[in-house]
Write a protein of this length. Structure first.
Lengths: 250, 469
């Protein structure tokens, strides 16, 4: 499979502190990758840097997406190229409804106007799949949503925007069993419908059950400490990160 | 991505056009008794008004300049032309309005707005009303909507005006109220009889075209028992380098069980000193609802006041202020609970950007006799960059224990994380910021008449354009 995302020797940090030290990673079209590691290992930082968060500065290496060097691009341009990040803590935007925001975003990402009616149909279908009440479409984006509803709203955006590569930053954390199932259903649907690629940042396996994992990366102290296939996920769940931490420190 | 949000100038071209003033007649600038007498002469004032103007001038001369709030040293009242009369007389047929004036208002969407959704329109150009029209069915219901000068000469209303004019806002209130009393010109008089409900709004539009001029229109609205009215006021002026002054006065009398909604969108040019005074007196069971959008002017002092004078009287104030570069907008509202079981609700938003200063002042007074009253004040400020300022000055004067008064204030900035979130979904930084500001203003724009809500969103769009450096 051809390379969709290629990260080469990427170093990045925030306010003088380097948090990622020479990370390399390649994701092929339609592949599913898992990133695991201790809290503070740099998983979320990696996701944010790939998306172009202004909070971090890239100090070395580069990010190539679909053959284009995107290291210097702003987040909106990356989104238009087909990148997506499901936030660990989705932001509340008062006064802007979920539907209004998402229609706007869809028009930006596709560069095309979309008729309200067509959009609503698409939106309601996706909401039904995610077992979200339709009334959420007219509520202010994430405002007063529970943790689970916020995560569902992120996956709803994923389903509507149909990116080529989605990074899911702990989308399953803080969710009860049923909510994880629903969210997983949404992710499965995304894979099925678009054949898009995934980078799943997670601590547990439940969200991975319905997915075929192609590759697992273990991050430790801002470095890739180990890589493997799907079996590595189970290994980590059983035995923990300890041995990778030591490797990482070397 | 380390971008600073700053705007140097915005496109106000829709408002900044202006026409030659050669058709107008200037009275000398500055204020001396003979100028005041000349205004009275020109207007054929009744005797009591002649005296009133001269008395107001005396009060003006002995009242010190305001010494709190934004600096108004740039305002030289003696240089402000107090009275500019258009050669045309008031018209009720739009076709008779002089071409350049007509063009001005057509550009601003008047009277198209009238054709669509209004019961009546008054348009003031500089000092005089140039156009006034009320739908026939509205006039038949006994509603009066005319300019104050005409009403003053109408035997049916002369006494009513004499007994209400500047009784709520006396010339002794402050220096610019005194100035207003001396030089006022134009404005509106509205009278809604008992139990008459006007389902469609009345609108007035003020436009100051001459440079270095002052606009001193007076709005007097009287609602009898059980009446309902929505009055919309819009203001604009082109940009000149000489300072201009707006010192209008609005007096609203809301009778028993009557309800008045008073909406204003003010977009004066950015050399305007907007020192406007607005006040409402609300009787038992009556309601005043203010909706106020302040976008323009160089300096504003604007605090509509509601006096709740009878049991169960209500006041609601919804306001938004947007201060950009070179603007110091000091706005707010005052509520006086002067009867039992009265209630007030204040909800305001202020936005400042590019070094603009926005100050929100609220004053809630609950008198001893106002037991069982409720008041809730909520103000939120949003600063769009690090060089802008926002202040909140709440005052509460509570004279009874038996009341429920609440105040909540929030001041914030747009966080980088919020902008990043929206950008990660494909919105440019400018679009993201504009969306956040629109969202912030949303519960105010919901209160505005539709075409004004659209106008406000356009203004926010204009203000935000190029805001990303």
């Amino acid at each position: 499979m051809s390379q969709l995302l290629k990260i080469e020797n990427l170093s990045a940090g925030a306010e003088e502190t380097e948090l990622l030290h020479g990370v390399s990673l390649a994701v092929g079209e339609g592949e599913t990758h898992v990133v695991m590691g201790h809290n503070g290992a740099g998983k979320s930082t990696l996701g944010s840097v790939i998306m172009g968060s202004p909070e971090y500065t890239v100090t070395g290496g580069k990010i190539v997406f679909n053959g284009e060097d995107i290291t210097e691009l702003s987040a909106d341009k990356r989104a238009r190229l087909g990148l997506f990040l499901s936030f660990q803590n989705p932001i509340e935007i008062p006064g802007i409804t979920l539907a209004e925001f998402l229609r706007n975003a869809l028009e930006q990402v596709t560069g095309k106007r979309i008729k309200l009616w067509d959009f609503k149909k698409k939106l309601y279908a996706a909401m039904e799949l995610l077992e979200m009440d339709k009334s959420y479409a007219d509520r202010d984006l994430n405002v007063g949503f529970s943790g689970g509803e916020k995560k569902k709203a992120e996956i709803l955006q994923l389903l509507i925007l149909e990116p080529k590569l989605a990074i899911l930053d702990e989308t399953d954390s803080g969710l009860d069993v049923d909510a994880v199932k629903t969210v997983s259903k949404g992710i499965e649907e995304y894979k099925k419908r678009t054949g898009g690629a995934l980078i799943v940042i997670t601590h547990n396996t439940k969200i991975l059950e319905a997915l075929t994992v192609d590759k697992t990366h273990i991050l430790s102290a801002g470095r890739i400490a180990a890589e493997g296939g799907a079996e590595l996920v189970d290994d980590v769940i059983e035995n923990g990160f300890e041995r990778f931490s030591q490797q990482g420190a070397k | 991505m380390e971008k600073k949000t700053q705007v140097i100038d915005i496109d106000r071209s829709r408002y900044d056009f202006r026409y030659a003033e050669d058709e107008s007649e200037y009275l000398e600038s500055g204020i001396a008794p003979d100028i005041i007498a000349a205004i009275s002469e020109e207007k054929n004032d009744p005797d009591w008004m002649r005296e009133f103007r001269l008395r107001s001038l005396e009060i003006y001369n002995r009242t010190p300049m305001v010494n709190w709030g934004p600096d108004i040293a740039g305002l030289d009242v003696d240089k402000i032309v107090t009275y500019i009369r258009q050669k045309s007389r008031m018209n009720s047929d739009w076709n008779d309005v002089p071409e350049d004036i007509k063009e001005t208002f057509e550009k601003l969407g008047i009277p198209q707005a009238e054709r669509e959704s209004l019961a009546g329109v008054g348009a003031q150009y500089d000092s005089e009303l140039v156009y006034h029209n009320v739908r026939e069915e509205v006039a038949q219901s006994g509603v009066v909507y005319t300019d104050l000068e005409s009403a003053m000469h109408d035997p049916k209303y002369a006494d009513m005006i004499k007994s209400h004019f500047m009784k709520l806002v006396p010339p002794t209130d402050h220096k610019f109220a005194a100035l207003h009393g001396a030089v006022w010109s134009g404005g509106s008089f509205v009278y809604v009889p008992k139990n008459v409900h006007l389902d469609i709004p009345l609108q007035s539009y003020f436009r100051l075209n001459a440079k270095g001029a002052g606009q001193f229109e007076h709005t007097l609205i009287i609602l009898e028992e059980g009446a309902y009215l929505h009055f919309i006021e819009g203001c604009s002026a082109p940009k000149y380098y000489e300072a201009a002054l707006h010192a209008g006065c609005v007096e609203l009398y809301v009778g028993k069980g009557a309800k008045l909604r008073y909406s204003t969108i003010e977009n004066w040019s950015k050399n305007m000193y907007n020192l406007n005074t607005k006040r409402a007196l609300v009787e038992e069971g009556g309601t005043i609802e203010w909706v106020s959008g302040s976008f323009g002017s160089h300096v504003s002092y604007l605090y509509p006041m509601s006096i709740l004078n009878g049991r169960n009287a209500r006041a609601e104030f919804t306001g938004i202020t947007f201060a950009g570069e070179g603007q110091n907008l000091d706005t707010g509202a005052k509520i006086v609970h002067n009867a039992p079981d009265t209630s007030s609700y204040m909800n305001t938003k202020s936005i400042s950007k590019s070094g603009g200063v926005s100050t929100f002042r609220s004053a809630v007074v609950v008198k001893e006799n106002a037991h069982g009253s409720k008041s809730s004040v909520n103000c939120e400020s949003l600063m769009l960059d690090r060089i802008s300022r926002s202040d909140t000055v709440p005052v509460m004067d509570i004279r009874t224990k038996h009341c429920d008064v609440g105040h909540e204030a929030k001041i914030g900035r747009i966080s980088d994380e919020t902008v990043f979130y929206l950008m990660s979904r494909g919105l440019s930084e400018e679009q993201a910021r504009a969306m956040i500001v629109r969202g912030f203003a949303d519960n105010v724009s919901k209160e505005l008449p539709l075409e004004y809500a659209v106008e406000m969103n356009n203004l926010i769009g204009l203000e935000m354009k190029g805001s990303v450096g």
